[in-house]
Design a protein around this ligand. Structure first.
Ligand SMILES: [Zn+2]
Length: 258
């Protein structure tokens, strides 16, 4: 069996488990409360407006202070974007909730090899962030707020494991089994067909194009992973951003060091 076939088989098994327990794999949360894990980047920022406009969601934005190098600038970006969206859609987005939990803990982070971090990212970073977002969701449930969806801004070009469609299905199953609450789902709106007409899956270029058409303040987003205020223009994330803007033939209005 090829790797692709193996992955598809595994995906089907997980889908079957979810269907058996709750009758569906994932459900579009139209007009529902959702948690959106924000990072300050283009994907989760534009994604938040998309799900408000297209699905009528009411967003509880969530940011995890996980000890990222660019944390200060990410937080600033998330705060500004939530403010922008609150002005535009006062009924569809709440104040951002920020929690602190280093991922991975400092004591572990300092012992990880650069080779691993460069090729695969921090181990289990994404599922840990999503699980903490679910914990926030359970606390909201306990306050009487009905909610069982965690959204995040993953696109297909994300190259680290941890936020691909199969990862999100496994996380969904993991959360449901461990909570014994079968309504939970962890999903990326960009993997759901129909969010944008004629697009089965949404890519970063589609998000930037949509953002420009909808006057989204892309200049408020933070993509660079380094610690300085000005974006470096050299890290993989900056390079991808610059490349995508260039392909579209539009100017990226954030300031770069270069
Ligand atoms: Zn950079």
């Amino acid at each position: 069996m090829s790797q692709k076939q193996e992955k598809s088989k595994l995906k089907n098994i997980i889908k079957e488990c979810l269907c058996m327990k709750r009758g569906f794999v994932t459900k579009i949360p139209r007009h529902k409360n959702v948690i959106f894990t924000m990072t300050g980047g283009i994907d989760s920022s534009v994604g938040a407006e998309m799900v408000i406009k297209k699905w009528g969601c009411v967003i509880y934005p969530f940011y995890l202070k996980r000890g990222a190098t660019a944390e200060k600038w990410e937080m600033e970006a998330v705060t500004k974007i939530v403010k922008y969206l609150k002005n535009k859609y006062p009924k569809n987005i709440k104040d951002v909730f920020m929690a602190e939990s280093p991922v991975p803990p400092q004591e572990i982070k300092k012992n990880l090899s650069i080779k691993r971090i460069v090729s695969k990212g921090h181990p289990l970073r994404n599922p840990i962030i999503y699980n903490i977002a679910v914990q926030y969701g359970t606390a909201l449930n306990d306050k009487g707020i009905t909610l069982s969806t965690v959204l995040l801004g993953s696109v297909y070009s994300d190259y680290f494991p941890g936020s691909r469609p199969i990862d999100l299905l496994i996380d969904t199953l993991h959360v449901c089994v461990n909570l014994e609450e079968w309504g939970w789902q962890i999903m990326s709106p960009f993997f759901q067909s129909g969010l944008l007409a004629k697009k089965k899956f949404i890519k970063k270029i589609d998000l930037i194009r949509w953002g420009i058409r909808n006057n989204f303040p892309l200049y408020l987003t933070r993509t660079c992973t380094r610690k300085d205020e000005l974006s470096c223009g050299q890290c993989e994330e900056c390079k991808e951003r610059l490349e995508t803007f260039k392909t579209l033939g539009v100017n990226d209005l954030i300031r770069y060091k270069l």
